[in-house]
Write a protein that binds this ligand. Structure first.
Ligand SMILES: Nc1ncnc2c1ncn2[C@@H]1O[C@H](COP(=O)(O)OP(=O)(O)O)[C@@H](O)[C@H]1O
Ligand SMILES: Nc1nc2c(ncn2[C@H]2C[C@H](O)[C@@H](COP(=O)(O)O)O2)c(=O)[nH]1
Length: 225
């Protein structure tokens, strides 16, 4: 059965990490957001006002590309949903990093591209797995990952940016209704370092997929690597 799972959550929540763990466990394909090979991301952090619009278009384009493959392919896990794109741009626009013309153009482009998804065999994911984290956890993980331009030492105003991002995520998740959804407590479960925590998180997701009828009741992982 074709099942598409999408991860969501703020920067550093653990989406990419869980995408890898989950796709391996389910025997499906991981799809990653373009980050380390994204030439616009460092420019954005250096000069957000100048590059917010370009970065947004860059992400929209790469995400659309991976969604097209993921929704036509078999079983997949994506490390961020396209539904979060507007959240990021709205927030950047609200803090004055985009002109009205850029905002209008972006929304038109987004709607236009989203309507293309109507033609796909599947328009929406089967399940959204949201990783919920506090500011402290988010910051710790951003530090652990160590991308220079995401550190508060690089730009102290990132503290406000990150706190604001967390505030935007709450209503976004509550409103999200394109598919069934579930939350993983990213503060509680250290699914990178603790084998026990990792298993607990996987069990929660598998239980949800079984409840939805996407996995058979007697499904067991094929752990042969
Ligand atoms: N649940 C977790 N417990 C401990 N460390 C984590 C957890 N999730 C992610 N990390 C670590 O935090 C950093 C950011 O994780 P990543 O998966 O890149 O986040 P995202 O894709 O959401 O930005 C990485 O260094 C990763 O090893
Ligand atoms: N301004 C925007 N920035 C975005 C968007 N999507 C991702 N990002 C940034 C945030 C991180 O610095 C980096 C990678 O995100 P992770 O959550 O995977 O760490 O890219 C966006 O739509 N707009």
């Amino acid at each position: 059965m074709m099942t598409v799972i999408v991860l969501s959550g703020p920067i550093g929540a653990g989406k990419s990490s869980l995408t890898g763990i989950l796709s391996k466990y389910l025997g499906t394909n991981p799809f990653y957001e373009s980050v380390d090979d994204n030439p616009v991301l460092p420019l954005f952090y250096e000069n957000p006002k100048k590059y917010a619009f370009l970065l947004q278009v860059y992400f929209l384009n790469t995400r659309f590309q991976s969604i097209k493959s993921a929704l036509t392919d078999d079983n997949n896990v994506l490390d961020r949903s396209i539904y979060e794109d507007a959240l990021f741009f709205q927030m950047n626009a609200d803090i004055g990093r985009a002109t009205k013309e850029e905002v209008d153009t972006y929304y038109e482009l987004l709607h236009n591209m989203m309507s293309e998804l109507d033609r796909m065999p599947k328009k929406n994911p089967d399940l959204l797995v949201h990783i919920d984290v506090s500011y402290d956890t988010m910051l710790k993980r951003i530090q652990k990952r160590g991308r220079n331009y995401e550190q508060l030492s690089y730009d102290p105003t990132l503290e406000d940016y990150y706190k604001r991002l967390l505030r935007y995520y709450k209503p976004w998740y509550e409103k999200y209704d394109y598919s069934p959804k579930m939350t993983i407590d990213g503060d509680k479960f250290d699914f990178m370092a603790s084998e026990e925590d990792r298993q607990e998180v996987l069990n929660q997701i598998v239980a949800k997929l079984k409840e939805m009828g996407k996995l058979d009741e007697d499904w067991k992982p094929n752990l042969v690597k």
